[in-house]
Design a protein around this ligand. Sequence first.
Ligand SMILES: [Zn+2]
Ligand SMILES: [Zn+2]
Ligand SMILES: [Zn+2]
Length: 377
Amino acid sequence: MQISDLFLYSGLTPEDQVVFAKAFQICLRLFGTDRCWRLDRRKHPAFMGFNFSQATSVVYKGVDVRPLILAMSGRYKEEGQVAIRRSTCGSPHCLNPAHYYWGSKSQVMLERFGTRRGGQISVDTIEGMRMGRLQGKRVLDLSRQYKIPYHTARRICAGETYENTTEIQPEEPLSALWDTTLKICTAIINRYPEESKEYNLAVQVTDHLECPWHRNGFPGHKGNFGLMGECLDCMEEIKKGRCSVDVTNFDIDWYWQVKRFWEQVDIRGEDECWPWQGATRKNGTESTAYFPSPFHSGKVHSASRVAFWLSRGYTGKYRVFTNPDCEPFCCNPKHLHIREMKDQTEPLIMGEIKLNHGNIFQSFRKNLSEKQSGPTD
Ligand SMILES: [Zn+2]
Ligand SMILES: [Zn+2]
Ligand SMILES: [Zn+2]
């Protein structure tokens, strides 16, 4: 099978194929040839479409990526082979082609047991144990000698696992792998010039997008977004426990939006619910807060989501939930959370609540002079 056939059968569109090939080029630059390519840890719009919710492998646009990873490095499946991740690889969500190979089912077992207790099982171990058993040694002694759990040792000696060690073939050298991989990337990208141009544009545009917390003339909160459109600079602040209702945190461009939003919230005590008083839809079952967001085409969101963005940080497409015992459409930042990040986003203390600037123009001038004397943080 050829690379073109493989991608055809996988059902990936030309756009998807370009993104996939580009991801390989970017990873090679980012991580090099030896390390794991952990896209689940490296959030960037360039890796949009990769899904890490399955425990055993990465899924790209609904397709298991393992055959694609291998095909990207010029290796195609043969009769009876399965895609195997090396036991030295740190994560089932790794994309590094050097961490995968096609092999037999026995090799899967070998890799799997090899990861336990420092990887003592090898073909030599297996043959050594069987020889020892033939010579009349006890399984318990063999398991101690080779530092392998007793049950595994018993199965190996009984020939229940790795019944045929000759099936386990030596590995092919990886020297040519990177050459082939880069050639295949280029071939895919050149095959779809239009899609490649669009891709470059899309990634560049997201690089220039601004988070609502970005302040003109200051670095940060610009072009640094994760796969869900969350601002990675905000994520740092959220993890530190940022929790503030303060319109002066925002640039003049966003100021009126932020102020208008909080004016529609019934702000009560720090531990009470803060119900949304603004517009709702679907017979009052959904709150609708107007707030333009860099990662949404629609300009209306749930009030709780906007409250989270404006008090904790901009988290893009992640869904924001209130506590189960909250009043409807609660906007108290201390009652809001994102399920995927629950353990890392506990708010610390809420600072002073500031809903206006005092004299907005005076503070805008202050901002300007700060800007002229350079960033203060
Ligand atoms: Zn790896
Ligand atoms: Zn931000
Ligand atoms: Zn509440």
